[in-house]
Design a protein around this ligand. Sequence first.
Ligand SMILES: *Cc1c(COP(=O)(O)O)cnc(C)c1O
Length: 354
Amino acid sequence: MSRFWSDIVGKLTPYVPGEQPALARPVKLNTNENPYPPSPRVMDAIHRELGNDGDSLRKYPDPTARALRETIARHHGLRAEQVFVGNGSDEVLAHTFQALLKHDAPIRFPDITYSFYPVYAQLYGVAFDAVPLNADFGIDVDDYRAPNGGVLLPNPNAPTGRAVPLDEIRVLLAANPDSVVVIDEAYVDFGAQSAAALVDEYPNLLVVQTLSKARSLAGMRVGYALGHEALIEALTRVKDSFNSYPLDRLAQVAAIAAFEDDAHFRSTCAKVIASRERLSGELKALGFDVVPSAANFVFTRHPARDASALAASLKEKEIFVRHFKLPRIDQHLRITVGTDAESDALLAALRAVL
Ligand SMILES: *Cc1c(COP(=O)(O)O)cnc(C)c1O
């Protein structure tokens, strides 16, 4: 606290990101990073942009990121006017709260979900109703029929990993014609159906994606939204009232290069999915309950072991997993799918602890 703080700053409860340990070789399964490197084309593009003397860095980047938006549009069969890009999808989501979710009625999102949503709601003064997931941690779209100021769902959901099929997303969109429905698809490429193909059909749909997870570029900070031109224009108006250049030159060329290497993207996703299935099976063999996952993490609990104590024991062995001290899920761990070698290290440590 300081007398220099604004009223709102003292009242904020900021989001706490997963730990980035300063260790040489931690087994880092706590922030859903991809265990595989990005496409080699990404490094080529960054070197090309830098040149020998880095002269391009003297100049501001393209504030509209036109070339990147065209690349993303082509990838999804849309037009560049239907694409917004931001400094990570977290920034895209923040602008969405400000531009499209701030109305009189409370917005709705699940009670167990990405814990940044209530933080943005607080920052921007957006009222919300947290809608309980069912007993199996599933989302019932019929729970989102009540009048609302907007609906926000991650698909697959985080931290549960459970996905909602596309026909239910259609039901949700049709039931909320007067609200913006935001589908946060940070993990969609690991096994869920994307709503990107519905953008032309539903003027109230905003699909948010990121290059941080499936495209191995968490360190570059690139996220985007797909939607009707009017929704994209609202986001652009907020962005241009906040920071005209959210994506630097290296991020823009790196992201374009990542989209140009579809083979690398597909093979990386396939490896993560295969490792997820293997890890889920091994955890079950150790007595864990594992929520079926369509993401690059598993959500799991051991019926006889305290989750927080398990996470602490793993940390002593330099293995990092995520534990949320929140109602309903404080006995669960969210474990990122790493390489098979990382899974083996985790499983060996769990066997020793159990
Ligand atoms: C990781 C994540 C994001 C944010 O990703 P960025 O790195 O900011 O692009 C957004 N939503 C969910 C549900 C996530 O798990």
